[in-house]
Design a protein around this ligand. Structure first.
Ligand SMILES: Cc1cc2nc3c(=O)[nH]c(=O)nc-3n(C[C@H](O)[C@H](O)[C@H](O)COP(=O)(O)OP(=O)(O)OC[C@H]3O[C@@H](n4cnc5c(N)ncnc54)[C@H](O)[C@@H]3O)c2cc1C
Length: 434
């Protein structure tokens, strides 16, 4: 008898919240702005500290969401209006046209194969290209193609229409319009996640100028078997296998001059994970992590770091590199740093440098916060009612937050919070249900 619950954001936090609620018998609307649910976890290769294959853990949950009779997934959708209060929120959702009939597409991929228009593949972090009609990643939920109208020859120049000619299901629908959906829900869970800081403004590290200076998220795609190189560590500039790799911690974080003063909390651990992945691929590799101090506070985390050093031979150097230079002939990189334990100023030559950048809030949070009537903190993350005693409630009763939309955190913490918000939302639904 209770009204449904709205979950905004289909990353691991939103997925967990939706599943918890649905398993309690509540109807859920899961609103995701991209063509598939999954969020950042779907892009990761392995996850610390267990080193499980990330998509192998996530994909069954994504499929469960899509098959659950109590969950309706709205992809390519965003919330544009909210009124009312706990027990009775009226919500407006805009669903952008996919230009593909969801009831007909079988996800065969023939349209993408034949499409002549190529653009940078954002899901592969720009390390390769995709077509203008595409399935965002092989395990996408829903597994339905989508036309990127900004890059489609038909939408831009009125020519082509090859996808429509080759689609065996007759699913291409160029006439599809944006749809407005009205929802009546008892409570709202916000799980819109984070984005990575763009380190190109830090000129000293050469990101954006030197192809072999990449971010940790780009590295996740590079090392992944479903990534652009099939998991081989071919560096972007010339395809040479990267045997000497350096990780630079706290890029954009813990700095009052440039970037953000807070700690991103997961980078020490994911850098260790990524370093171990290199060693698993190429045990003879020379891998160094440059750090300010190691924040390894979770259960089993210190042991994970100890093993990275003692078993895998990953080197940890305390010191924030001052500059990365590139040899124009060999394309190799030189990292210039001070070892703050010995006081020695030194240089290290590497094939690839990985910048572990700050997790920052999404710029769209401002607009969404205005729509939802929520407050943001000084860094643009959604603000908790009380960070100590009430971290998942907000200033607006009946609206809850979980995962990285209110600050950097790892997957276990995001999932635990998601279950917390689901319990709160279920209680609100029970209290106000007829
Ligand atoms: C390089 C890297 C490696 C990492 N490795 C690990 C690891 O090994 N282990 C670990 O525990 N953690 C790791 N993390 C952290 C992990 O990625 C996060 O904890 C996790 O992704 C948080 O999930 P989330 O659902 O809160 O956010 P996200 O994964 O960001 O998902 C948010 C979702 O909301 C959607 N969305 C955004 N705005 C809107 C909107 N307005 N309307 C609708 N939908 C919206 C997005 O499209 C996205 O699907 C890593 C992070 C990075 C950057």
């Amino acid at each position: 008898m209770s009204k449904p619950v709205l979950v905004i954001g289909g990353g691991v936090a939103g997925i967990q919240a939706a599943l918890d609620l649905a398993d309690r018998g509540l109807k859920v609307h899961l609103v995701e702005k991209s063509p598939s649910i999954g969020g950042v976890m779907a892009q990761l290769d392995k996850t610390f500290p267990t080193m499980d294959c990330s998509i192998c853990i996530l994909a069954p949950k994504m499929i469960e969401c899509s098959r659950h009779p109590n969950i309706t997934i709205h992809t390519l959708s965003q919330v544009t209006g909210v009124s009312g209060g706990p027990g009775d929120f009226k919500v407006k959702v805009i669903k952008e046209p996919r230009s593909v009939d969801e009831s007909k597409c079988t996800g065969c991929g023939i349209c993408s194969e034949k499409c002549p228009a190529k653009v940078k593949d954002e899901w592969q972090e720009g390390l390769t290209e995709r077509k203008a009609i595409y399935i965002i990643f092989p395990q996408a939920v829903p597994l339905i193609a989508c036309i990127d109208r900004d890059n489609c020859l038909y939408f831009q120049k009125g020519i082509c229409q090859i996808c429509s000619k080759v689609c065996p299901a007759g699913a291409i629908d160029y006439e599809q319009k944006a749809e407005e959906i009205d929802l009546d829900v008892s409570s709202i869970i916000v799980a819109t996640g984070f984005q990575e800081y763009d380190p190109s403004e830090l000129g000293e590290y050469g990101y954006g100028r030197f192809e072999d200076v990449i971010t940790a998220k780009e590295f996740e795609r590079l090392v992944c078997a479903s990534g652009p190189t099939g998991g081989h560590l071919n560096r972007p500039s010339d395809g040479k296998i990267a045997h000497r790799v350096a990780f630079v911690q706290c890029v954009g974080s813990r700095s009052h001059k440039k970037g953000y003063p807070y700690c991103s909390s997961v980078c020490c651990m994911y850098a260790t994970k990524e370093a171990v992945l290199i060693k698993e691929h190429e045990p003879a590799s020379d891998v160094t992590i440059f750090y300010m101090d190691l924040k390894v506070f979770g259960q089993g985390f210190q042991e994970f770091v100890d093993r990275a050093q003692s078993h895998w031979g990953v080197k940890y150097v305390r010191g924030r590199p001052g500059e990365i230079r590139r040899n124009p002939v060999t394309k190799d990189l030189t990292i210039w740093y001070e070892n703050t334990e010995t006081g020695e100023v030194a240089e290290k030559e590497v094939d690839l440098a990985v910048l572990c950048t700050t997790m920052i809030s999404r710029p769209e949070n401002k607009e969404l916060a205005d729509v939802l009537g929520l407050e943001l903190d000084e860094w643009g993350f959604f603000e908790s009612l009380d960070p100590l005693m009430n971290p998942i409630e907000t200033n607006r009763p009946g609206i809850y937050i979980c995962g990285c939309c209110h600050g950097p955190r790892d997957i276990p913490e995001s999932v635990a919070e998601a279950s917390g918000t689901a319990a709160c939302a279920a209680e609100t639904a029970r209290r106000y249900g007829q």
